[in-house]
Design a protein around this ligand. Structure first.
Ligand SMILES: Nc1ncnc2c1ncn2[C@@H]1O[C@H](COP(=O)(O)OP(=O)(O)OP(=O)(O)O)[C@@H](O)[C@H]1O
Ligand SMILES: [Mg+2]
Length: 263
């Protein structure tokens, strides 16, 4: 099976891109899939949620430097840290903050992340990239590399506008760079707190009317913060909690895992 290449993308902040990457990744790892998570955000929330150290630009190769300067296979492999069984991470580093600015003047500026990640194709079944909340040249790099896009959203006033902007950006990139259009796995609606107000119900209904399938719905749960405090994924920290099951449902519905056989 070829490695799946997924971008978890939404320029809207705080919609649980990092949380979805973390716990979908944890679910896949628990199902025996060799899973690589890439923290492409200088904030490093994915890295710290797994209690991994950031990469140190002063002393070791970082993802940003590999992207800007290029690297060979051994260089790409040196970026990868093991978290637990079947779960690996390319951690964040502070130089990711300046990567977009530096990429703007680079040659083949949208292709360079692909050149790094393609070295890692053989080692993993799934690769999930946690993007920062932006539509910039670094996220264009992810779109050029990705085969599939999974979009975390929340039920909020600006969710629909944000999605229209995101879909437009992908269309522009497809047109301007003549790339094959990526597939959309669909939307994951995050931080769902019922009962809804009338307004939130209207946004929720509007999300279901978009031409993208809703492949998951994750409720607001304290287990999410607790797992983060422990540096674990929900599949490790709270395997039997309803929210862990909802990430498993997402993994099936979005096409990563087969349907569980009926008991
Ligand atoms: N289902 C949930 N239940 C409780 N808390 C959650 C849930 N999902 C996300 N959170 C919390 O909401 C906050 C925002 O989530 P997260 O950091 O994953 O969003 P993000 O889209 O990655 O944000 P950014 O745009 O800054 O990268 C975090 O504190 C996270 O722990
Ligand atoms: Mg994030």
């Amino acid at each position: 099976m070829a490695m799946t290449r997924d971008a978890l993308l939404n320029q809207k902040g705080g919609v649980a891109k990092t949380t979805t990457t973390l716990h979908l990744g944890g679910t896949l790892a628990a199902a025996g899939r060799r899973t690589l998570l890439v923290d492409l955000d200088g904030q490093g929330n994915l890295t710290t949620a797994l209690k991994l150290p950031r990469l140190n630009p002063a002393g070791e190769l970082t993802l940003a430097r590999a992207v800007l300067e290029g690297c060979d296979r051994a260089g790409a492999q040196s970026l990868v840290r093991r978290h637990s069984e079947n779960l690996w991470v390319i951690p964040s580093a502070l130089d990711l903050f300046t990567l977009p600015r530096q990429l703007h003047s680079a040659r083949s500026k949208e292709e360079r992340l692909s050149w790094v990640l393609e070295h890692l194709e053989d080692g993993f079944d799934h690769c999930l990239v946690d993007c920062r909340p932006a539509l910039d040249v670094d996220t264009d790099n992810v779109l050029r590399w990705a085969h599939d896009i999974l979009i975390p959203v929340d039920v909020d006033e600006f969710s629909i506008e944000a999605l229209e902007l995101l879909l437009g950006q992908v269309q522009t990139l497809v047109r301007e760079t003549r790339m094959a259009p990526p597939r959309y796995r669909g939307l994951v609606i995050n931080r769902v707190a019922r009962p809804f107000s009338g307004f939130h119900q209207a946004v929720y209904d509007a999300l279901h009317r978009l031409p993208l399938p809703v492949v998951g719905e994750i409720p607001l749960r304290t287990a999410v913060a607790e797992a983060k405090n422990q540096g674990q994924t929900l599949a490790q920290y709270a395997r039997t909690a309803d929210v862990a099951r909802m990430f498993r449902d997402l993994a099936v519905k979005a096409g990563y895992l087969p349907e569980a056989p009926a008991a």
